[in-house]
Design a protein around this ligand. Structure first.
Ligand SMILES: Nc1ncnc2c1ncn2[C@@H]1O[C@H](COP(=O)(O)OP(=O)(O)OP(=O)(O)O)[C@@H](O)[C@H]1O
Length: 344
């Protein structure tokens, strides 16, 4: 297969398993985000792909070739790691040309390539500027250009945008994704920012405790989370207790048409995104909650409800907002099409 394959990768640090039997296939030209809470093993996994750490077990295969034992400098990688900063005493052009120079590429070819890369990152004319005179976002773009100078087979980035302020980070996410699509380069980014992952990735790999919980498209991760961890970690959700009773299931004590409990499970949960909770009049057989708090954020309105001790959050836009007030009893409508049954 053209692309990257991680075959049963495990990394132990003494008795501690930081990466646990990871299996992942990254087709050529795709953009993968490794996403998870602090300590879940995403940086360790990226470092192994980069050759900066070796797996205790398993194999890393790039374009059909086992590279597990190949040293970093022979893997044809472009890397933007937090620790790999730009050379502050060099100009933008010298920074970008550096990997070309150490590979013995002639000065004319270097200038041509630097110009191409500067155009690509929208910094044409900046070649002679010292890097310390650049803004944070411009510096980040130069680091990206430097990593791409050698046309690598794999582009690896570890939290590349975390030092930027929120607005610039969002703009750079879009820019990085466009650049990756333009070049068709296989890219793996480590991030703990789910918005970043959802914006950029073809495949989001959600990790916890060294294991992959789910690897799927952003929309599938959001709409069809594989388990409670993923449902809770990605976006916000209502995890409602689901109990089996006879052949049907009870959600917050009520049966909901179209929802059934998983076979053989005593206890399960139903994940319902706040935007999928619809409010209506309280009615016979309908889940009813009391409004405890309303947060009007302008573009969206969050309504917090108490249903026999369980908090349910509904999000609506001002247009679709049902007029409710704190203390009021309202009916809660769950659409079985958008709700996901999760075991445990
Ligand atoms: N060299 C090492 N020796 C011992 N333990 C390590 C080493 N490197 C990482 N670990 C441990 O492995 C686990 C995974 O670390 P890793 O840096 O991969 O996590 P991460 O998901 O990237 O987290 P963060 O977002 O905080 O960087 C952590 O518990 C960490 O303490």
């Amino acid at each position: 297969m053209s692309g990257l394959a991680l075959n049963s990768i495990t990394k132990q640090f003494g008795p501690f398993t930081a990466v646990d039997n990871v299996q992942l296939s990254v087709p050529h030209g795709t953009f993968v985000c490794l996403l998870g809470p602090s300590g879940c093993g995403k940086t360790t996994l990226l470092r192994m792909i980069a050759g900066l750490d070796s797996p205790t077990d398993g194999a890393i295969v790039l374009d059909g070739k086992d590279i597990t034992q190949v040293p970093t400098h022979k893997r044809e990688l472009g890397m933007v790691f937090q620790s790999l900063a730009l050379f502050p005493h060099l100009t933008v052009g010298e920074n970008i040309a550096y990997p070309l120079r150490i590979r013995g590429i002639g000065p004319e070819e270097q200038v041509k390539r630097v110009d191409e890369l500067l155009a690509m990152i929208h910094l044409t004319g900046y070649a002679d500027r010292p890097v310390h005179k650049l803004s944070g976002g411009q510096r980040q773009r130069v680091a990206i250009a430097r990593a791409l100078a050698i046309s690598p087979k794999l582009f690896l980035l570890d939290e590349p945008l975390s030092a930027l302020d929120a607005k610039l980070r969002e703009a750079m996410q879009v820019e990085l994704r466009k650049l990756q699509q333009q070049l068709g380069i296989t890219t793996i980014v480590v991030t703990h920012d789910q918005r970043e992952a959802m914006t950029m990735a073809d495949t989001v790999v959600v990790m916890s405790g060294g294991k992959i919980r789910q690897a799927a498209s952003p929309i599938e991760i959001y709409r069809k989370p594989a388990d409670r961890f993923v449902a809770d970690f990605i976006g916000s959700t209502n995890l409602l207790p689901l109990t089996a009773q006879g052949g049907s299931a009870l959600v917050l004590g009520h049966s909901v048409a179209g929802i059934s409990a998983p076979a053989g499970q005593g206890q399960a949960s139903l994940s319902v995104r706040p935007e999928d909770v619809k409010l209506g009049a309280p009615g016979e057989g309908r889940i009813t909650g009391k409004v405890t708090f309303i947060r009007d954020l302008g573009g969206t309105i969050e309504t917090f409800l108490d249903v026999s001790g369980t908090e349910v959050v509904a999000v609506s836009t001002p247009r679709e907002r049902p007029v409710v007030t704190v203390g009021q009893d309202v009916g809660i409508v769950i659409d079985p099409e958008t709700a996901v049954v999760l075991s445990a």
